[in-house]
Design a binder for this molecule. Structure first.
Ligand SMILES: Nc1ncnc2c1ncn2[C@@H]1O[C@H](COP(=O)(O)OP(=O)(O)OP(=O)(O)O)[C@@H](O)[C@H]1O
Length: 904
């Protein structure tokens, strides 16, 4: 673009000499005319005449002629408009920069109206999203709940592609910054978590923050898609990108072409959210996505989606994709991985205080949660927390003194309760017993159950109006609140579609239907066990294949997630359990119930036996180790849901090992209840490895019943805080059988370190303690020092990656002068300087057991290294003094190089 340079500051001259450029690059004449008319530089008649010209270029020529005639002020205001509405005149950006336009004070004070289609569309999107995101959609339509009054941040963690944690994030605005990037090429922020962890609500919160101007201010367009909705498209649907954006979100009122042109030109101003990749069940083969060479080409919506995700379309746009844990996404696309871990103690407190307004009720609820681990661990999953609170609120309204049950509460219990609450609320608050409510509304439950069941086989979570009416589900039933309307995506304003307020509710209704429907025989009842029957080998192979395939960006099968089917089995176990018999007998004849119960029990045993038989087993140290995966957790959940000790005992017997490895199984805190239920019934002592799960302090509390059996407790990378460690100390010191304690990469501070020290002091068999990657400082180090002084058998202590300085280092070194058991001490990555090396040297002169002392990544210089090296002359036991990554200079003459036992 050849631009004419102005010779003097005459705006008329500028316009005249750059006429050609302006005619070529101005595409929006309405904005110019409206502002010129508003401020009297052009009359309405003149504007109308100009608008009659057929081409934009002619209109621009006329406008230029007009402002030239009107003189300097009009010409200056004309350029001021171009400058003030960059969305419309972005092609003139470099011209405006070159002329270094500086309007006079008089012109600056004139208000410029921005009626450009891009800005108007952005405003429209904001308004629409503001309305859409204001209320939480999970709640029944009768009683909407404002997002602002219910959303609290849950625990979010950055995770690398080996599933290792990279630290927490607390702010949704930081999703797009540079922290935690695992792949610079990727453009998608991938957020994952279990069912009900709050992925959808988090997306809603992002929409709301953008729409209210609280965040993402550089984004002009925010397009939200639920992957579930892609099911609606038939295999031969063909759409252009423009259609996908405008028809399935809101439509621009003015000049859609221009808006789309802007989107293509500035993709970095666009944000997409795609919620629920695991639900993107489609007839369309995602592994054979046809290429789209131009953004104007048509393709299947799922293909457009995949191209958006991979950056082939709108490269540079921001994308957020959510899915259930375990769902594979093409690695190449992923920029960051964020795992939702649900509510920790503080989040739960915040949520309680938001949910219950009355301070006295808040206190009471918090006290109940404190007293009942079973309920608080269920509450760590936000969906279940909401259901529990909702039930509490309802029963509390009826009876002020209502409390949470003090006995064990299962997931089936809380779903039975929420249904009761919904049914009762529709009866204008009449209070009936649970049995009466279910008895009276049996038919309703059966019909809704049938609908739920009808969708399960082919993963249909959205029901069109025809399906609803064909099953005789009337308006009245729809209003109960179990189903909510789905925004119409065909853009034609047809009849609404519906979905359950959460897919776990659909699973519950399916199970309820299979139990209460007399026609449903035992084959139907048990069919989902068949779907979920996966041998551990298959699960291993699948995991391997997923890793391998994800690496090659091939063969993605997001539909392999069958949690919704697993939930059906779980609820069947709950509904057909003995404690529920009293209620169920009012809905099904006892004889039918008996047959179903028997069949389920037999099936459960068969599945469990098959699963346990095929679990991989291998010797590990002195143990006979069994390696369990996610399916084992589902099995434990089902068994626990039966609440039957006899079943539990039989299953526990099948474990047949003295070490159970359950790392990376996606176990949550409430799963610890199920694990504990089984292990408590195990005949012998056993080692439990639960590293890299999501159990936090609630999970530790859930394990209380089984600590008496545990010789190894490995709870590393699990968000355990001092509170959890306190529980460990109370429990482990009762039984004193613990040999190995693994708590690395948790949130333990000096306070918690004192409890760990207590465990070391009081448990004489303990030989391994892994505490690296916590928040322990000198006070904690001091506590360890006091306790290791005379410990009889502690062999390995890792305190690496903490905040220990020379003060703590000296205490530990002094204590080691007296210790005769420790062979390995890790103090890597702390803040230890030369000040502590004297103490280490003294210790090395007298210690007769320490073989490995790791002080890598501290602040030790040649001086400190030499002090320790000299001490080694008196020490024959130490094999490895490791000093990598310290500020040492490599000088041949320095004596510490003379000993091969020092590694630098
Ligand atoms: N951060 C949060 N603050 C308050 N409530 C929450 C939060 N996250 C989730 N909830 C509650 O849990 C319910 C379920 O959450 P959501 O639908 O977002 O889960 P999800 O992870 O998308 O589940 P799924 O994988 O099954 O689709 C919400 O409707 C809300 O009641």
């Amino acid at each position: 673009m050849e631009l004419q340079q102005p010779g003097q500051q005459s705006y008329v001259w500028l316009i005249t000499t750059n006429r050609e450029t302006l005619v070529n690059l101005i595409r929006n004449t309405e904005c110019l005319l409206e502002n010129l008319v508003d401020h009297g530089y052009c009359s309405t008649e003149e504007s109308e005449i100009i608008q009659k010209y057929s081409t934009t270029a002619d209109k621009v020529r006329q406008i230029i002629d007009l402002v030239q005639c009107k003189g300097e002020e009009a010409a200056e205001f004309f350029i001021h408009i171009l400058n003030k509405v960059p969305e419309a005149y972005y092609d003139l950006n470099s011209w405006l920069t070159k002329i270094n336009f500086q309007p006079s004070e008089q012109i600056k004070n004139l208000q410029v109206t921005n009626n450009d289609p891009v800005t108007l569309y952005s405003k429209k999107l904001k308004q629409e999203l503001c309305c859409d995101s204001k209320f939480v959609k999970s709640y029944s339509q009768r009683e909407e709940m404002k997002l602002q009054e219910t959303y609290v941040n849950s625990t979010m963690e950055l995770v690398n592609d080996k599933n290792e944690t990279m630290g927490q994030i607390n702010d949704l605005s930081s999703f797009f910054d540079d922290t935690g990037v695992i792949n610079e090429e990727g453009g998608t922020i991938f957020i994952y978590g279990d069912a009900g962890m709050g992925k959808t609500l988090l997306i809603q919160k992002m929409q709301n923050m953008w729409a209210k101007g609280e965040s993402y201010s550089d984004i002009k367009f925010f397009f939200s898609f639920s992957c579930r909705r892609f099911v609606i498209f038939s295999a031969n649907t063909q759409l252009t990108l423009k259609d996908l954006l405008f028809r399935y979100n809101c439509h621009p009122d003015n000049d859609p072409e221009e808006v789309f042109h802007y989107i293509l030109r500035f993709p970095e101003t666009v944000m997409f959210t795609f919620d629920g990749f695991d639900e993107m069940h489609s007839n369309f083969d995602l592994n054979n996505v046809p290429e789209v060479s131009l953004p104007t080409d048509t393709a299947h919506p799922a293909a457009l989606f995949m191209h958006l995700l991979s950056g082939k379309l709108l490269k540079g746009s921001r994308k957020v994709l959510t899915a259930r844990t375990g769902c594979q996404v093409p690695r190449k696309c992923v920029r960051k991985r964020i795992m939702l871990r649900g509510f920790g103690t503080e989040n739960l407190k915040e949520y309680t205080n938001l949910f219950f307004r009355e301070p006295s009720v808040q206190m009471r609820v918090l006290n109940h949660l404190e007293a009942n681990h079973n309920i608080s661990s269920l509450c760590s999953i936000p969906l279940f927390c909401w259901i529990i609170f909702k039930c509490y609120e309802h029963f509390h309204c009826i009876n002020e003194s209502h409390t949470f049950s003090s006995s064990s509460v299962t997931l089936t219990d809380i779903f039975l309760l929420i249904i009761e609450v919904y049914l009762n609320s529709s009866n204008s608050g009449t209070t009936r017993s649970q049995v009466d409510t279910y008895k009276k509304d049996r038919e309703t439950l059966q019909l809704i159950g049938k609908l739920a069941y009808s969708g399960m086989d082919n993963s249909a979570f959205v029901f069109d109006y025809d399906t609803i009416t064909s099953l005789n589900i009337s308006e009245q039933y729809l209003k109960l609140g179990f189903l909510r309307t789905v925004k119409n995506y065909d853009g034609c304003g047809g009849n609404s579609s519906f979905e359950f307020f959460h897919v776990t509710l659909q699973s519950f209704f399916t199970a309820l239907f299979l139990v209460i429907d007399r026609e449903a025989d035992t084959t139907e009842l048990l069919k989902y066990f068949g779907h979920c029957a996966q041998s551990p080998q298959q699960e291993f192979q699948l995991n391997l294949m997923m890793c391998f395939c994800a690496k090659n960006h091939n063969q993605i099968d997001p539909f392999s997630n069958i949690d919704h089917l697993q939930f059906i089995n779980l609820f069947l176990c709950g509904l057909l359990s003995k404690p529920k018999q009293v209620l169920l007998e009012h809905l099904v004849p006892p004889s039918v119930l008996k047959v179903k119960r028997k069949a389920l029990k037999q099936q459960l045993f068969r599945s469990v036996k098959f699963h346990l038989k095929h679990l991989p087993r291998s010797p590990y140290l002195e143990y006979n180790r069994v390696h369990a995966l996610t399916h084992f957790i589902w099995m434990a959940r089902c068994v626990c849901e039966t609440q039957c000790e006899k079943v539990g005992k039989k299953v526990a017997k099948g474990i047949c090992a003295d070490y159970i490895q359950l790392s990376f199984c996606g176990a949550s805190s409430s799963d610890c209840g199920a694990i504990s239920f089984l292990l408590n019934l195990y005949q012998k002592e056993i080692a439990l490895e639960l590293d890299n799960n999501n159990i936090n302090d609630y999970g530790v509390k859930e394990l209380i019943p089984c600590f008496r059996k545990l010789t190894v407790v490995r709870l590393s990378v699990n968000q355990v805080t001092d509170e959890g460690v306190k529980v460990l100390a109370e429990e482990l010191t009762k039984y004193r059988i613990i040999k190995f304690l693994g708590l690395y990469k948790n949130l333990i501070t000096d306070f918690g370190a004192k409890y760990v020290a207590q465990i070391i002091r009081e448990c004489p068999l303990l030989h391994h303690v892994m505490m690296w990657g916590n928040r322990i400082g000198d006070e904690g180090a001091q506590a360890f020092a006091e306790t290791i002084r005379n410990h009889p058998c502690l062999e390995v202590l890792s305190l690496a990656c903490n905040g220990i300085t020379s003060v703590g280092g000296r205490c530990i070194a002094d204590a080691l002068q007296h210790n005769t058991s420790i062979k390995t001490l890790w103090l890597t990555e702390n803040n230890i300087t030369d000040e502590a090396t004297e103490s280490f040297a003294e210790m090395l002169k007298v210690n007769k057991t320490l073989k490995n002392l790791w002080l890598n990544n501290n602040h030790i210089t040649n001086m400190g290294a030499n002090i320790m090296a000299e001490a080694l002359d008196h020490n024959t036991v130490l094999e490895d003094l490791s000093l990598h990554k310290n500020p040492l200079t490599l000088d041949e003459k320095e004596p510490f190089h003379m000993t091969s036992r020092i590694r630098t």
